[in-house]
Design a protein around this ligand. Structure first.
Ligand code: G4F
Length: 331
C-alpha cells in the first residue's frame, strides 16, 4: 500500500512542488482546497495542472472544523503537511483579525482532527522566519527567541507553539519547519521577488514602464522552493519529531535582487524603480539570515540553488510567460 499524504495549501507554490516530490516517491497524494477552487480550476489550481489527474482533491475549509475532521477521517493519512495560511505579511496588517483567526484556528483544527481521527499521522507545520521578526541574534537558529513584527508573524508563533504542545501533550509526531523565504517561478505576484522579476520581463518586452516598491534596504535569506519542500519531507522521515530551520545562511537586500534581475536583461534598475511609501510596512523585519546547520547535520539537507541562479531562473521564466501573453494578444 502506498503511503498517503494530505496537503493543505496544495494549490500554492510549496504545495505544488511538494505534490510533485511525493508523487515521484510513490505516495498517494490528497489535497484540501476550497469549493471555489474546484469551481474555477483554470485560475485557482493552475500550478497543479500538469499533475491534477494524479491527485485527489477534497473540498473543505480551514475555517470549518467539521469539514476538516471529515477529510482527515476519510483519508487516514500517514503524513499531513499543513501549508495553508494567509501568507502575505502586508495583508496581515490590513486585515489582522482575519489573518490571526484563519491561521491560528486552521492550524488548531488540523492538529485536533489528526489527534482525533488519525493519531499515528505525522504532522508538518509550515512555520516561518517571520517569527524571528526583530531579530535577537544573527544568524537565527532553532534556539533563537521569537519577536514577531506582524499579525502574520504572531499567527505563526501561535501555530508553532500549538504544534509543540500537541507533540508534548498528546505524543503526536508533530513538528515545525522554520522556513526562510523561498521563491521560484511559481511564487505569487504580490511577493517582492516575483513582483520584481515579472516587472523586469514586462519592462524588457515593452509591456510596462516602471516598478514601484517599498523598502529596498530590507534583507532576506532567499532560497529555492523546490529545495525547501525536500526538507519538509525529510523532517517527517526522522525517528524523533523535532523543529528545523531551513535557509541558505546568506542574505541579500531587495536592492541587490533588483541589480541582478535588471542586470540579467541588460537594464539598469535605477532607470525604472520608484520608491513608494505605500509599500512600506507598519513594522518592518529588516534582516533575516538562517543557520541551517542542524538540518544539514541531521537531515543531510543543504540548499542547491544559489541566489544569482534563483534570480535568473525567475527572470527567464517571466520573460517566457510574458512573451506568450504578448503573442496570444497579437493573434
Ligand atoms: O516578499 P515579501 O513580501 O516577503 P516576506 O514579508 O519576507 O514574507 C515571506 O517570507 C516569509 C518567510 O520569512 C513567509 F513566512 C511569508 O509567508 C512570505 O512568504 O517581502 C520581502 C521584503 C520585505 O522586507 C518588504 O518590506 O521585501 C520588502 N519589499 C519592498 N518593497 C516589498 C516591496 N515586499 C513586497 N511584497 N512588495 C513590495 O513592493
Amino acid at each position: 500500500m502506498p503511503s498517503k499524504a494530505l496537503i493543505t495549501g496544495i494549490a500554492g507554490q510549496d504545495g505544488s512542488y511538494l505534490s510533485e516530490l511525493l508523487l515521484d516517491k510513490g505516495y498517494e497524494v490528497h489535497g484540501i482546497v476550497r469549493r471555489v477552487d474546484l469551481e474555477d480550476p483554470d485560475h485557482r489550481l493552475g500550478r497543479l495542472k500538469p499533475i491534477q489527474d494524479r491527485l485527489t482533491l477534497h473540498s473543505a475549509s480551514l475555517e470549518n472544523y467539521p469539514s476538516i475532521v471529515r477529510v482527515v477521517a476519510e483519508i487516514q493519512p500517514d503524513e499531513c503537511y499543513h501549508l495553508a495560511a494567509q501568507s502575505f505579511v502586508n495583508y496581515s496588517f490590513d486585515d489582522e483579525f482575519s489573518t490571526i483567526n484563519t491561521n491560528i484556528n486552521g492550524t488548531h483544527y488540523m492538529l485536533s482532527a489528526v489527534k482525533e481521527k488519525a493519531p499515528r499521522c505525522r504532522f508538518y507545520f509550515a512555520a516561518s522566519s517571520e517569527m524571528f521578526g526583530l531579530v535577537q541574534e544573527t544568524p537565527q537558529k532553532e534556539t533563537t527567541s521569537f519577536h514577531p513584527r506582524s499579525p502574520y508573524g504572531i499567527s505563526k508563533v501561535a501555530g508553532f507553539h500549538l504544534t509543540q504542545n500537541y507533540r508534548e501533550s498528546y505524543k503526536l509526531f508533530a513538528l515545525s519547519g522554520i522556513l526562510f523565504n523561498h521563491e521560484s517561478p511559481r511564487r505569487g505576484y504580490e511577493f517582492v521577488t516575483r513582483k520584481i522579476t515579472n516587472a523586469v520581463a514586462q519592462i524588457k518586452l515593452g509591456m510596462a514602464k516602471e516598478l514601484r516598491l517599498g523598502n529596498l534596504e530590507a534583507k532576506r535569506d532567499w532560497g529555492f522552493a523546490g529545495d525547501y519542500v525536500k526538507a519538509m519531507w525529510l523532517m517527517l522521515q526522522q525517528d524523533v519529531p523535532q523543529d528545523y530551520v531551513i535557509a541558505t545562511n546568506e542574505h541579500h537586500s531587495v536592492k541587490q535582487f533588483l541589480e541582478l534581475a535588471f542586470g540579467h536583461v541588460n537594464l539598469d534598475w535605477r532607470d525604472y524603480v520608484l520608491v513608494d511609501k505605500k509599500f512600506y510596512r507598519s513594522a518592518e523585519v529588516e534582516s533575516l539570515r538562517g543557520d541551517y546547520s542542524k538540518a544539514k547535520k541531521e537531515l543531510g539537507w543543504s540548499p542547491t540553488v544559489k541566489f544569482a541562479e534563483l534570480v535568473k531562473m525567475m527572470v527567464d521564466a517571466d520573460l517566457e510567460l510574458n512573451q506568450k501573453i504578448l503573442s496570444t494578444k497579437s493573434v
